[in-house]
Ligand binder design. Structure first.
Ligand code: FAD
Ligand code: EPU
Length: 338
């Protein structure tokens, strides 16, 4: 285990910010984390996966970055109809999806092409096209960075919600996730084609009996048509969560804005797409200096090159302020501010 000093994080964050880490250590096993704790792991420190949901505000992160590099995929239980996989937290998420699709394991094909690592996926309960990781989640192993104790969290213990889990609240920064176990189907896959864009893609291709591979292909095509590729334009996907408001609040919003787009949210709430709210405020495709709201998807804040974390933060605050002024709806960032 080697602790490096003054390490550039530019290739380790999807905004492409030229941030640096005061110190960085690659973590390849639980034993290495235990060793770090024995040496003395003093704040500030942070865990980094693929850096696709992090905004480094300052040019230098003043502490130690624990870069997750725990790899491996193992079948730990296999029956005729389902398999349980144990996956190292440092595995690339999209590679895991492709591996599962190739092996005929169903359940995560709608989550194709989401950037980042296996270990970060439960942190915000990644979701797309009608599926969330909680739907296939079995359990995870994580190490308590205060005590070195390894703990197992089942689905209930993770307290998953919309872009949410216990690891974003009570246990924020406390546990390093080392392994995630997923339960996937081997036959009679429950395909999720609820999203109109998926069915129209399949219709256009003349696919009448879609396989998990067809769904994955559809999702990849849809995502590529509207989301910027971070290797070309820096971004972290949706910058804000979609706000969930009460039915009463929605009624008065709809009275003023009859064409407001909406879906059903959690616990009887109404979900309003933040991208719609931001577009209505005139931000879609608008550039301010090196940053802006993407022309194909207003919810994605992009770095056109050379932006600083402060510039991105200032842009996000301006956008959120105008949405609050026009619609009286506060936006909550999905991106983690570091
Ligand atoms: P990082 O950015 O490295 O970390 C995110 C947070 O998790 C940080 O707080 C970090 O400290 C913590 N963390 C990371 N690894 C661990 C670990 N092993 N143990 C404990 N804590 C950890 N998200 C969606 O849900 N749906 C989408 O459709 C989607 N689309 C995206 C599209 C694009 C183009 C981009 C750039 C992002 C998108 N995202 C989406 C957001 C992002 O891909 C996910 O949040 C992803 O899970 C982040 O993974 P990461 O490894 O890059 O996490
Ligand atoms: N819309 C606009 N203008 C825009 C963007 C969107 O009016 O510029 C409206 C449209 O009516 C559109 C609706 O918003 O139909 C929803 O847009 P989209 O289907 O693109 O999805 P989203 O709600 O913006 C969410 C997730 C994405 C996920 C997609 C697909 C959040 C915060 N975002 O986006 O996740 O991939 O659905 O399921 O929930 C991410 O979390 O980083 C992310 C990309």
């Amino acid at each position: 285990m080697k602790i490096e000093k003054d390490v550039s994080l530019q290739s380790m964050n999807s905004f492409g910010l030229s941030a640096k880490a005061n110190r960085l250590v690659a973590i390849r096993s639980v034993e290495e984390v235990k060793e770090l704790i024995t040496i003395g792991l003093s704040a500030p420190f942070m865990i980094l996966g693929g850096g696709s949901n992090c905004l480094f505000i300052d040019e230098t992160y003043p502490g130690l970055v624990l870069k997750n590099e725990i790899h491996g995929i193992e079948r730990v239980d296999e029956k005729k109809e389902a398999v349980i996989l144990k996956i190292g937290a440092g595995e690339n998420w999209h590679d895991v999806v492709c591996w599962c699709v190739e092996h005929g394991y169903g359940g995560i094909e709608n989550l194709s092409l989401i950037p980042g690592t296996m270990g970060a996926a439960p942190i915000q309960n990644i979701g797309a096209y009608g599926v969330e990781i909680k739907d296939v989640f079995h359990q995870l192993e994580a190490i308590d960075l205060q005590t070195g104790e390894v703990r197992i969290f089942d689905k209930e213990a993770c307290q998953f919600g919309y872009r949410n889990s216990i690891f974003k609240h009570e246990l924020k920064g406390r546990f390093l996730i080392t392994q995630v176990y997923l339960r996937l189907s081997k036959d009679k896959h429950q395909l999720n084609t609820r999203y109109g864009a998926i069915t129209s893609f399949l219709d256009k291709k003349g696919v009448t009996k879609p396989t998990i591979s067809d769904i994955s292909e559809a999702v990849i095509a849809i995502r590529q048509s509207k989301l910027p590729d971070p290797s070309t334009i820096g971004n972290a996907g949706s910058f804000f969560k979609n706000p969930e408001i009460s039915p009463a609040q929605f009624e008065s919003l709809q009275a003023k804005f009859p064409n407001v787009v909406h879906y059903s949210g959690t616990n009887g709430s109404v979900k309003v797409p933040a991208g719609w709210l931001i577009e209505q405020c005139g931000w879609k495709g608008k550039r301010v200096g090196n940053v802006g709201c993407y022309a194909q998807q207003a919810l994605v804040i992009v770095n056109y090159g050379g932006a600083t974390g402060e510039e991105i933060k200032a842009h996000a605050l301006r956008v959120a302020e105008s949405v609050r002024d026009k619609f009286e709806i506060p936006l909550t960032p999905e991106v983690n501010f570091i």
